[in-house]
Design a protein around this ligand. Structure first.
Ligand code: SF4
Length: 360
């Protein structure tokens, strides 16, 4: 489907989900309530799964969170990832609770015995570890050596954690190199691929509020994916995580790495239009959000580019005087008044998704 030559990394399996090795890029997110609030976590997991999220991470910051894991795991259909910092006992409890992956940096959990206990438990449970390097929390020695958080320092940090695992013969590893600075995140991931073949989890961390965060994530994650780098992604937004998942899928769709849901092709409108393109597209977008079936729908303001785009899409409308010409699979099938255009498009979307016709 995609024109990009994907980097072929090792394959690491999380639950039943293969990551790396050219398998489809998966989209993940992280829950926001306290993990011990099982009811709230379950509600959010349900929303995330409905949005198509393929991997869900919960933070395990204390004993109460660890105790909640078995019940949370039972309520899920996608793999569960436990996010752990520093406390190796919580990692052991999470593995015991049946999580499908743990995100932990082995170099941060203390002495060799503790590290080995966690790696041994992960190995017997057959679950991978995700090493997550964050430019904002690099080791003091690396900051002293490199002066500031740069790509070399980030890869050196990852190398340190990887080495600990490899010394123990543990290679079931996924790596993330995240930064809130997009250029740094791109540079670190590029550098990593020159040295390792572990699968990469991509993300621009602390990307910010939805509008800024979406742009930063699309550029950071998108640039790397367009170079064939990246096996799973998390868009990080200061917003509902469902929004992160939707944004993640839009990034993958933009690069033709997946086909999912309605792709709206719409013109920016201009003085030539005699129809309210902005209002119509906003209405259409809100009413097709739940549709998973891939389909392209063009909404164009006038005859300049309208018929061309409308003809190429599965469904398309090209504006005229307070009316639209409706195209289906390249053929004009009706002329409809502006007031009915969204309802009619929805009817046709339904009809097309129920038919056996091939959808682009
Ligand atoms: S399709 Fe027509 S209305 Fe839309 S931007 Fe182009 S010229 Fe303007």
């Amino acid at each position: 489907m995609s024109q990009y030559n994907r980097r072929i990394s090792k394959i690491v399996t999380v639950g039943k989900l293969p990551i790396g090795g050219g398998f489809p890029v998966s989209v993940q997110s992280m829950t926001t309530p306290h993990t011990a609030d099982i009811a709230a976590i379950k509600r959010q997991i349900h929303d995330l799964e409905t949005a198509g999220c393929q991997l869900i991470r919960v933070t395990v910051s204390d004993e109460a969170a660890a105790r909640a894991l078995p019940e949370i795991r039972k309520a899920m259909t996608v793999p569960l990832v436990a996010d752990i910092h520093f406390d190796y006992r919580l990692a052991l409890k999470a593995i015991d609770a049946g999580v499908d992956k743990i995100r932990i940096n082995p170099g941060n959990i203390g002495n060799k015995e503790r590290i080995q206990a966690v790696l041994k438990a992960a190995r017997s449970a057959k679950i991978p570890i995700r090493i997550g390097v964050n430019a904002g929390s690099l080791e003091k020695e690396l900051l002293e050596k490199y002066g500031h958080p740069n790509a070399e320092a980030m890869v050196a940090s990852a190398a340190r954690h990887i080495q600990i695992c490899e010394d123990f013969g543990f290679e079931d590893i996924i790596v993330a190199l995240k930064a809130s600075n997009v250029s740094l995140m791109i540079a670190a991931n590029r550098l990593f691929t020159e040295k390792y073949d572990y699968p990469l989890h991509l993300g621009v961390t602390e990307a910010g509020p939805p509008w800024q965060g979406t742009i930063k994530s699309a550029i950071g994650i998108g640039t790397l994916l367009a170079e064939g780098i990246g096996d799973t992604i998390r868009v990080s937004l200061t917003d509902d995580p469902v929004q992160e998942v939707q944004t993640g899928f839009e990034i993958l769709k933009s690069l033709d790495l997946i086909k999912k849901g309605i792709t709206i092709i719409s013109c920016p409108t201009c003085g030539r239009a005699d129809v309210d393109i902005i209002g119509i597209v906003a209405d259409l977008e809100s009413r097709v959000k739940h549709i998973q079936q891939p389909m392209t729908v063009a909404v164009m303001g006038c005859a300049v580019n309208g018929p061309g785009e409308a003809r190429e899409a599965d469904l398309g409308v090209a504006g005229g005087k307070k009316s639209f010409l409706l195209f289906k699979k390249g053929e004009i099938i009706a002329k409809i008044p502006e007031s009915q255009v969204v309802d009619r498009l929805l009817e046709e979307i339904k009809r097309l998704s129920e038919s056996k016709e091939e959808i682009s």
